[in-house]
Design a protein around this ligand. Structure first.
Ligand SMILES: CC(C)(COP(=O)(O)OP(=O)(O)OC[C@H]1O[C@@H](n2cnc3c(N)ncnc32)[C@H](O)[C@@H]1OP(=O)(O)O)[C@@H](O)C(=O)NCCC(=O)NCCS
Length: 154
């Protein structure tokens, strides 16, 4: 067995359960991502990775027609490097396809290299569709220095 498959942490993936909003927000904040614009609707489109009862990772989709903003991709430091984010991205892509989304966008300050290995390509921020540019993340929460990335999942 390769070293990589030995290190894979088989997280349990699921949605947010009633009352878990504050715990989800806490994980996202601990990973240095903004939480100001997290709504009940976004929590409905959030996938969690758990190890036992503990939330160890998150990813969320903000939907704008057939476009999606992938956001709140966060894995607690202690659990990084074991494929948890990889599993979360795959689950988010599957869920996005089920919602009729064909293209994902995101903004990142720190994970451009990692996300390019996950199939995202860097684009001009102005090239994102209007509905994506209208999100709070684009309009005010992510600084101009954040890199905009796109992935076709059709
Ligand atoms: C970016 C972030 C989500 C990555 O989480 P992660 O769970 O460590 O990511 P992964 O484990 O899938 O991959 C990280 C690296 O771990 C290693 N890795 C991945 N799967 C592995 C496995 N099964 N076995 C061993 N190593 C593995 C690899 O080096 C991998 O990089 P590569 O596969 O692209 O070469 C995490 O660092 C984080 O929360 N950062 C802060 C918040 C942030 O910047 N989020 C992005 C905003 S869009």
């Amino acid at each position: 067995m390769s070293e990589r498959s030995e290190k894979l942490l088989p997280a349990t993936l699921s949605g947010v359960r009633p009352g878990e909003g504050p715990a989800v927000t806490e994980v996202i904040a601990q990973c240095g991502l903004h939480t100001e614009d997290i709504t009940a609707e976004l929590l409905r489109n959030t996938i969690l990775a758990r190890k036992g009862p503990r939330i160890i990772g998150t990813v969320a989709l903000e939907v704008s027609g057939s476009f999606g903003l992938l956001r709140s991709l966060a894995v607690l430091e202690k659990f990084r490097g074991q494929g948890v984010a990889r599993q979360l991205i795959l689950a988010a892509e599957k869920s996005a396809r089920q919602m009729g989304i064909h293209t994902l966008y995101l903004l990142t300050l720190t994970a451009e290299k990692y996300l390019s290995r996950r199939g995202f390509e860097s684009i001009e921020r102005s090239a994102a569709p209007d509905g994506i540019q209208d999100t709070a993340e684009f309009k005010s929460l992510c600084p101009d220095s954040a890199v905009c990335m796109k992935k076709s999942i059709a």
